[in-house]
Design a protein around this ligand. Structure first.
Ligand SMILES: C[S@@+](CC[C@H](N)C(=O)[O-])C[C@H]1O[C@@H](n2cnc3c(N)ncnc32)[C@H](O)[C@@H]1O
Length: 295
């Protein structure tokens, strides 16, 4: 596919579900990776070649395409284009998440972000970027609600979870999970914030779900996002989809969205040596967090 889609060469390989579907070679990989980055902002590292091939094959099988060229043409033309791009992006992103996933970051929110924010504001607004199926924003909601009861101060809080994946967001809105997801939710929070709905599933209670809303947003379009005055931006396991330089420019776009004094919590190791004149690193073990300087 170098240059134009019409130049795709492909070799045949056996698809895991049977039937012959093409293998992807290094040249094809480079072309697909470039196209995906241009169109969707997704960066697929060379070591994830087989992951890309599996995703492409899934969609090729679903759309009845016999080779990469045919699928490429389908993606570039025709009425199904927008929907098909969205389905492909869904195949190429991992929506794995869990409640209270990174305990040090959670402790940082509880011990630093909440006391500092509640002291200065009458409310807390939180944005969970790349929220997947909702475990992250619901965990933050449990933490904030419990803190509110504990500190005895009345304050409003609201959380927005955004993700590029519509199926993940649909799941998040329902707020229903398999019981095996319970293991990271402590007994106190289980008693307060979840309710069993069947032998093997539970749901997040309505009073908490009312605090959380979900919307589709591709991080690529962050500059056009309507967010502002946010006290806490929580963004973990999402920047990994981007090149190192792109990560820094994306995070830069988050700075003006934070309220002065607001916090940005990233996943440790997801951004190296980043500095910004308006942001100060928050010293807290095993975390990567910044605070916007108060002006
Ligand atoms: C591994 S999950 C992380 C979920 C959660 N933040 C956590 O740490 O448990 C990564 C999520 O990022 C989302 N994502 C990937 N690229 C994105 C993009 N360009 N814009 C928005 N979300 C994206 C994926 O759809 C996926 O749901």
């Amino acid at each position: 596919m170098t240059g134009t889609a019409g130049q795709i060469n492909f070799r045949m390989g056996r698809h895991p579900k049977g039937g012959c579907l093409p293998d992807i070679d290094d040249g094809e990989f480079a072309d697909w990776a470039r196209l995906l980055e241009q169109k969707t902002g997704l960066f697929i590292a060379p070591e994830r070649k087989s992951f890309l091939a599996t995703g492409l094959r899934t969609r090729m099988r679903e759309t009845g395409c016999k080779n990469y060229r045919e699928y490429y043409l389908k993606l570039s033309r025709g009425a199904i284009q927008a929907r098909e791009w969205s389905l492909l992006v869904d195949c190429l992103t991992v929506h794995e998440s869990c409640f209270f996933r990174h305990s040090s970051s959670i402790n940082l929110v509880e011990e630093v972000v909440l006391p500092e924010t509640v002291d200065r504001n009458e409310g807390i607004s939180v944005w969970s970027i790349g929220c997947a199926t909702g475990e992250e924003p619901y965990s933050l909601a449990m933490l904030i609600d419990a803190y509110r009861l504990k500190c005895g101060k009345k304050f409003f809080f609201g959380i927005t979870g955004t993700d590029v994946s519509l199926p993940a967001l649909r799941h998040a809105r329902k707020g229903i999970y398999l019981n095996r997801r319970l293991s990271k939710i402590n007994a106190e929070f289980q008693a307060k914030y979840i309710r069993s709905v069947s032998d093997n599933r539970f749901e997040v209670v309505n009073t908490l779900r009312e605090r959380v809303c979900f919307a589709q947003l591709n991080l690529r379009d962050i500059e056009k996002s309507p967010f502002g005055g946010v006290d806490l931006i929580y963004c973990q396991n999402v920047l990994i989809y981007y090149h190192r330089e792109r990560r820094a420019s994306l995070v830069e776009c988050l700075v003006p969205i934070l309220r002065p004094g607001g916090f940005l919590v990233l996943g440790p190791g997801e951004l190296l040596n980043w500095q910004h004149p308006k942001m100060k690193k928050v010293p807290y073990a095993d975390t990567l967090a910044y605070r916007r300087i108060q002006e």
